[in-house]
Design a protein around this ligand. Structure first.
Ligand SMILES: [Zn+2]
Length: 331
């Protein structure tokens, strides 16, 4: 959809330079008048960053996008740096970092929330926190699906706390409900501990930063019902350390019709959460790509129903979207 129309409807763009294909000055000249908040991708799924990093590899074309954008704009709009954490194709090529599927196959897209990963991400976030930004959106901090992560470290750790021999795979977990609930808790803790550490390091550099965790609200896993089992994301744990950005229907990009059963399920999966029920904190929403008016109206309706504080959109899909989609809905 035309970006100007989205801006007029108070949707906030998240800019990935490879999707918008414009220099910062060009973008600001064209759309700046309608902007108030903007997300700038600092670390995309490719793992090749869009800022001047001495830790991560730089994107060969857009390696200075964030620096250039904030230089022009940081006193005009609120800039949020979007950082993909575990979704990192570059680091996934290194088997020390790669997340591993049950049965032993290395992921080509995701890394494991292990100690070396946390150290790597910490350095990156310390660099990003130096920029004149309002906040950071931690994106892609999730397991791919319930078949991850079975790397040697994860297996050894879980074997130690559960007593199951370290040669186990997901088939062993699936048949034992007690083991499965231990597994769910352990994974959710592992992920939220990673996020907690990252937030601590961000705040050490700049304690005013607002930090968001992206959470997938995906119908293929029944929204919050299997969110922990599949993605390892616990809203309760994550909302203690960050604000929440719900990515609505990320891998099933068709929104339910107004007041349909699916719509009610989607809304109640958010309004049923304790911390949002009390209305003390308001979540923000993300929808990857708004293609037509009907979708725009649906997203706005969901937003007003749950009193969201802001809506973001990439106005496009992530690189390699189809592969990510297949993996995340476990086809
Ligand atoms: Zn692992």
């Amino acid at each position: 959809m035309d970006l100007r129309e989205l801006l007029m409807n108070e949707l906030n763009p998240i800019l990935d330079p490879t999707i918008i294909n414009m220099a910062p000055s060009q973008f600001i000249a064209e759309y700046g008048g309608n902007l108030s908040k903007v997300g700038i991708v600092a670390k995309p799924p490719s793992g090749r960053v869009y800022y001047n990093s001495s830790t991560a590899p730089k994107d060969p074309v857009y390696g200075n996008f964030l620096n250039e954008f904030v230089k022009i704009s940081s006193d005009i709009f609120d800039v949020y740096a979007v950082v993909n954490t575990l979704l990192d194709n570059y680091m996934a090529m290194d088997s020390k970092y790669a997340s591993v599927k049950s049965g032993g196959e290395n992921s080509t897209t995701h890394i494991c929330p292990s100690e070396i990963t946390i150290n790597y991400l910490t350095k990156i976030l310390e660099e990003i926190a130096q920029y004149q930004i309002k906040g950071v959106i931690l994106a892609g901090n999730t397991f791919i699906n319930r078949n991850y992560c079975f790397c040697d470290n994860c297996k050894a750790e879980f074997s130690q706390i559960s007593g199951v021999p370290s040669s186990f795979d997901f088939n062993r977990i699936k048949i034992d409900s007690e083991l499965q609930s231990k597994w769910k808790i352990w994974r959710a803790d592992k992920l939220s501990n990673m996020v907690t550490t990252l937030v601590e390091h961000l705040k050490e550099v700049n304690n005013k930063l607002e930090v968001y965790s992206e959470i997938y609200l995906e119908p293929a896993v029944n929204y919050t019902e299997n969110m922990e089992l599949d993605y390892g994301q616990s809203i309760e744990l994550l909302s203690r350390v960050t604000k929440i950005l719900f990515n609505i229907h990320p891998w099933t990009p068709i929104l339910p019709e107004l007041n349909s059963r699916e719509y009610t399920k989607l809304i109640s999966s958010i309004t049923g959460i304790e911390s949002f029920k009390r209305g003390e904190v308001k979540p923000a929403l993300l929808y990857f790509n708004v293609t037509e008016d009907e979708e725009l109206n649906m997203i706005k309706s969901i937003s007003s129903k749950i009193s969201a504080e802001a809506i973001y959109t990439y106005n496009g899909y992530l690189m390699e979207y189809n592969q990510l989609r297949e993996n995340h809905i476990n086809l």
